[in-house]
Design a binder for this molecule. Structure first.
Ligand SMILES: [Zn+2]
Length: 461
């Protein structure tokens, strides 16, 4: 889809009119020109949050009528006070996200896909340059949001750790950044006990992906390390998930997909920072060789961990990745993971859970969430919770040992145990926002959670 900024009219485009006075959204034909009337919120009730949905709803409406080209009047669609900055970027992001479908396994219909080919934004001459720039940035980010969704939506049989490696390599090549990969042999040499244990029941070899982008003026500038959970399929292991809880678990690498997408987008946008992305990629399977409840693992940093539950595997692989990150002497470390069902219990499906002791970073992240529509909500990472993961036979356990409450927090506390040495560390539990919500005007399946959030956070810092 093309987004063109122009003040020249053409007959081929269907005009979209935004109005709070119509009864409902509809297509009007038979007049001088076809028009889509979009019913909007009352002017004083419109917020940035609602505006994103309006933009997406517009795409849904245009697609419904199989219209290929449309025209919107920019001054009309932005005539609300509370919308804030960078609307061209937000418009482009939401249009491209709403136009997405996961089509890999579907055959092209004879009449072709009902895609929108062109959106013309009718804007005043003096606004055009700034708007074009903003849209251009939005298009880059949206592209990587949708790539992230493709990676996450791909089923487990076509998304093994090695396939994720080749996808990461493809994306890195496109933007000219470095990739290296540790195979199982090297993972064992590094004594990454968590990663080894989780992957040992799988026929597919575990991989550890390292992507490097040096965008700062000085190569010696301390990098920001992004870590993404890359469980390409999570059966729960020996403590197997009952039906239907494993059905979406091809998406348990959504954190990994997100950080691969974020570093690629930042490189494409030529952000002046040094960024590293680490993705421990494994498959968690039940097998004769699988790790078992009660097993004691020695992690890369020598911490001993008793396995309270084999489905709490994400934190085991992330812990080793966090330890690995120490070699970079990072300024900030951020991990992204579909980590706990408990975060869904706490927040529902509309916010990513944020954990950090860096108040400044937390504030910035919440702001980026509001700005991008990739919403987050902060949960506690208090010291008091640390005693709740004390092990019975090992130093710590991979689930809470005192009660069954606050599982999203005990998971974050577990990760924090390995991240203590960093100046600044933040954990994003994206389990709540892994898939789209029914009323968000997005295709079912992966949402590309945290790509917009992190690009925004790391762009302007
Ligand atoms: Zn799991």
């Amino acid at each position: 889809m093309k987004i063109i900024v122009s003040d020249k009219k053409s007959k081929n485009e269907v005009k979209i009119i935004f109005s709070q006075d119509v009864d409902s959204t509809c297509l009007i034909t038979g007049g001088k020109e076809d028009v889509i009337m979009m019913k909007t919120e009352k002017v004083d009730k419109m917020t940035r949050r609602k505006w994103y949905l309006l933009v997406r709803e517009m795409i849904k409406e245009v697609r419904k009528h199989k219209i290929e080209s449309v025209r919107v009047i920019w001054s009309e669609i932005t005539a609300y006070e509370e919308l804030g900055e960078n609307l061209g970027q937000a418009f482009a992001e939401n249009v491209i996200m709403a136009n997405y479908e996961f089509r890999r396994y579907k055959k092209k219909p004879k009449e072709g896909w009902k895609d929108i080919k062109k959106i013309v934004i009718d804007a005043k001459k003096q606004d055009q340059l700034k708007l074009k720039k903003s849209i251009k940035k939005g298009l880059v980010i949206a592209k990587y949001v949708n790539i992230c969704r493709d990676l996450s939506n791909t089923p487990g049989n076509d998304m093994t750790p090695k396939i994720l490696v080749s996808e990461a390599k493809k994306m890195a090549k496109e933007v000219g950044i470095g990739v290296s990969v540790l195979g199982e042999k090297q993972i064992k040499l590094k004594k990454m006990g968590g990663l080894i244990a989780v992957g040992q029941g799988s026929a597919n070899e575990s991989q550890f992906i390292i992507m490097t982008y040096n965008g700062a003026d000085k190569k010696s500038d301390k990098p920001i390390v992004l870590i993404g959970k890359g469980v390409t399929f999570d059966t729960g292991g020996v403590d197997t998930k009952p039906h239907p809880y494993a059905l979406d678990m091809m998406m348990d690498m959504s954190g990994g997909a997100a950080v691969i997408s974020v570093i690629s987008a930042l490189a494409k946008l030529k952000v002046k920072k040094n960024i590293i992305a680490l993705v421990p990629a494994v498959e968690n399977m039940p097998d004769g060789k699988s790790f078992k409840p009660g097993d004691v693992l020695t992690m890369m940093d020598n911490t001993t961990v008793e396995v309270g539950h084999t489905d709490a595997e994400g934190r085991l692989i992330l812990a080793d990745a966090i330890t690995y990150a120490k070699i970079y002497k990072p300024d900030i470390v951020i991990d992204v993971a579909t980590l706990t069902g408990a975060s869904l219990m706490a927040l529902g499906e509309r916010a990513t859970a944020v954990f950090t002791r860096d108040n400044k970073l937390a504030k910035k992240t919440i702001l980026s969430g509001e700005k991008t529509g990739d919403f987050v909500w902060r949960l506690p990472l208090w010291e008091e919770y640390e005693s709740e993961i004390k092990g019975n036979v090992a130093e710590i356990s991979n689930i809470g040992t005192k009660n069954n409450y606050g599982g999203a927090i005990t998971a974050a506390i577990f990760l924090h145990h390995f991240a203590k040495d960093f100046r600044s560390w933040m954990h994003l539990d994206i389990a709540p926002t892994m898939t789209s919500v029914f009323d968000e005007y997005l295709a079912k399946g992966a949402k590309g959670s945290s790509v917009r959030l992190l690009v925004d956070l790391l762009c302007d810092e």
